[in-house]
Ligand binder design. Structure first.
Ligand SMILES: [Zn+2]
Length: 520
């Protein structure tokens, strides 16, 4: 192993200290050990690892280049569906969606079936986020802008929640209340900002303002110290790539020869900005800090929008028993009841899968679907029953959208709001990077999004909940044999009863999602 002598000595010291200073959990059942240092997690929503590598090889991302050389770098395999809502929730809980119950922005088991869409919030999480457990062990967390963390949790530390914000009470977006004075001119919601045709300058100005304000606030909080876990998410790479892909891709059906040449470098600029922001935190790192860079999914081009309701109608002759589980992505819920419902369920599911398997682009004649899953193949846990019954992953360039049925039942559609349509969309592999004195230098690796929480628990010396799925990725740390980075689990279950938000303003969230082009 690549174990340097000073690191070896440090490890020996830590093992010695942790042996002497173990403290008990609140109920005495599991012991925490000494933390190896602080953990810093920087999230860049949608940062695509192949593009990071490409720009690094062109010499454009010096900080990521340093990370690859002195730290570890690789892909972060995300959950299916690779939606920001389910992916970030898996990152903060360390479990697959079958254990936390969040499959997208919309609830799959609505409180009011057939009524207005009900949105997932932090109160719908069925598993404890890492900061909740850290709080129980007296470790402080500073959490800023993680998607689907609104309303903010009360925790040992502080939290500024990320989108979407279902409650009207802006004070529920952060905790504690005393943060208010720091939040002047801070935008809680980058979700509102869209890029309509010929409004590009306005989009870019707003995005840059939101991002730099978030950075400044983040650095101010970072410098306050007193925290054990600092986790900040920037959403700008996701927004840039959703809206600006068409400008840099001359093969894109939405390529605009007038605006294309003007804005073709904007996405590259967003990656350079991410590199600058990363540099700010690397510069502030202490010797025993562990820094992780991550994204919740990757990104690629989106050429064609598929009308999901037209597909269901064509396949089954009706949309009565199959609903789309979210705004986009192939996620189908089968709804049958009454006598013989089990057989009908199986028969509908079979026909749906066959329909997906045979789906071809009517214009180009190529298969549309890459892979098809039933829920019990993908998920494990108490919330498998509320998962979409059939899920699929479209080939690059295609994406199902929940659009109203049209009389011609066309498959290729123009998208929910053509004026601000997405031209890029999520991919299944996100970005993972790590830097710190125990990280194996120059290591190329692969991790899972649930591993993020496992790494935090282990580095901070806190036992993880019994049911955690995440692991310490092989080859991340130098001392595989020494045991310091082994994940310790307690007997405590991580499950929490989701309470929901009580009354939620669906109209308000719907307005946000409409503005961003998710729904029509
Ligand atoms: Zn995302």
């Amino acid at each position: 192993m690549k174990l340097r002598i000073p690191a070896l000595l440090a490890l020996a010291a830590i093992l010695l200290i942790s042996a002497c200073s173990s403290d008990k959990s609140p109920d005495g059942s599991a012991r925490a050990s000494a933390a190896l240092g602080r953990v810093i997690i920087l999230g860049f929503d949608g940062l695509e690892p192949t593009m990071v590598r490409k720009y690094v090889s062109e010499g454009r991302l010096p900080t990521f280049a340093r990370l690859m050389e002195e730290g570890a770098f690789g892909d972060l395999i995300t959950v299916l569906p690779p939606s920001s809502a389910s992916a970030w929730t898996s990152a903060v809980t360390g479990v697959n969606p079958g254990k936390h119950g969040i499959y997208g922005f919309l609830k799959t088991s609505g409180d009011d079936p057939g009524g207005a869409p009900v949105f997932n919030t932090s109160r719908d999480r069925g598993f404890a986020p890492v900061w909740e457990v850290l709080s129980q062990y007296g470790r402080k967390s500073y959490i800023v802008n993680i998607p689907l963390s609104s309303p903010a949790d009360s925790l040992d530390g502080l939290m500024i929640a990320g989108f979407p914000h279902a409650s009207d009470d802006e004070q529920s977006y952060y905790w504690p209340r005393s943060l208010e004075k720091m939040l002047t001119d801070y935008s809680f919601d980058a979700f509102r900002v869209t890029c309509a045709k010929n409004r590009e300058e306005r989009f870019l100005t707003k995005m840059q303002h939101i991002a730099s304000r978030r950075l400044n606030l983040g650095l101010e909080l970072f410098d306050r110290e007193g925290w054990d876990l600092f986790w900040l998410v920037f959403t700008f790479p996701d927004r840039y790539q959703h809206y600006m892909w068409k400008y840099m891709d001359e093969n894109h059906p939405m390529y605009d020869p007038i605006n294309g040449p003007i804005y073709k470098d904007e996405i590259r600029g967003a990656y350079a900005l991410a590199d600058n922001y990363l540099a700010e935190f690397v510069r502030r790192m202490r010797e025993d800090d562990l820094l992780i860079v991550m994204s919740d999914h990757g990104f690629g081009y989106l050429y064609y929008t598929l009308n999901a309701n037209n597909f269901i109608q064509r396949t089954l002759g009706s949309t009565d028993n199959v609903k789309c589980a979210d705004f986009f992505g192939g996620k189908f819920l089968i709804d049958v009841s009454g006598p013989g419902s089990e057989e009908r369920y199986q028969s509908i599911r079979k026909r749906l899968i066959e329909g997906l398997r045979n789906l071809k682009d009517p214009v180009h004649g190529v298969p549309i679907i890459d892979s098809i899953y039933v829920k019990e193949d993908l998920y494990v846990g108490p919330y498998v029953s509320t998962a979409p019954d059939v899920l699929c992953f479209e080939n690059p360039g295609y994406l199902f959208f929940t659009l109203p049925k049209t009389p011609d039942l066309r498959l290729l559609d123009s998208g929910p709001s053509p004026d601000k349509a997405f031209s890029g969309f999520h991919r299944r592999r996100g970005t993972f990077g790590a830097l710190g004195k125990y990280v194996a230098a120059g290591e190329t690796m692969e991790a899972r999004i649930t591993d993020i929480s496992a790494i935090i628990y282990s580095y901070l010396g806190v036992p993880a909940p019994r049911d955690l799925d995440g692991k310490i990725p092989a080859s991340l740390f130098m001392d595989e044999g020494a045991g310091a980075f082994q994940l310790v689990k307690s007997d405590e279950p991580g499950y929490r009863r989701p309470t929901g938000l009580g009354s939620q303003d669906s109209e308000k969230i719907e307005k946000q999602l409409r503005a961003v082009g998710y729904i029509q």
